[in-house]
Design a protein around this ligand. Structure first.
Ligand code: ZN
Length: 204
């Protein structure tokens, strides 16, 4: 592949090393801060074009890209531009994923769900359910990077049980970032006596 995504994240200071508390409650030594990569629109454009090419090569037609807010919006918007598609986003209201702001979906509209990073794909799947309720036809999922739980199209690595994506659904990503994730009771960094913190809470 032409793009070394790990290098792109490192160069942007977006591959953080520390002791992180993830939204799942688990701990990790690494954290991907995609916003730091996407703050350069030219980099965002290059990554989205590469992802769009994979999707076209697979013969998948896309009318609309839909991202769950907030993390997926920049990646999804650029991907929509690269695919010459429409872009919409879902957002949580009282924790429930919803489609607001006058966005609507036509019956049978071929929709791709795009995230910045897919971990277990929980939010992506919720976004898919929202547009499907309105009659959309969800044709694929995509993300800049795959955290290694779901099987991306073209990779030999099998999905882990935590992956929530349907197994028959194409999932495109530029690279696997397969970092170890620990339950707090098994976390070696906790055993070393440091405290896990939420990414963003210390200025990152
Ligand atoms: Zn820990």
């Amino acid at each position: 592949m032409a793009i070394d995504l790990e290098k792109v994240y490192k160069d942007a200071g977006a591959l953080l090393e520390g002791h992180f508390l993830l939204s799942s409650g688990n701990h990790s030594q690494f954290y991907l801060q995609s916003a730091k990569v996407l703050e350069d629109p030219k980099v965002a454009e290059i990554l989205a074009k590469e992802l769009a090419q994979q999707i076209r090569d697979a013969g998948i037609e896309v009318d609309t890209v839909c991202s769950p807010a907030l993390g997926g919006i920049l990646a999804g918007y650029e991907l929509a531009r690269a695919l010459d598609a429409r872009f919409i986003f879902t957002e949580r209201v009282d924790k429930v994923m919803t489609l607001r702001r006058g966005f609507d979906v036509k019956k049978g509209e071929k929709t791709l769900i795009c995230e910045d990073i897919i971990t277990t794909a929980g939010s992506a799947l919720e976004a898919a359910e929202v547009v499907e309720e309105q009659g959309a036809n969800v044709v694929a999922f995509a993300a800049l990077a795959n955290r290694g739980f779901c099987k991306r199209t073209g990779s030999d690595k099998a999905a882990k049980p935590e992956c929530k994506l349907p197994h028959d659904m194409p999932f495109f990503a530029l690279e696997d970032f397969d970092f170890e994730i620990y339950e707090p009771e098994n976390c070696p960094m906790c055993k070393d006596g440091t405290t896990a913190y939420k990414p963003g809470s210390r200025g990152n």
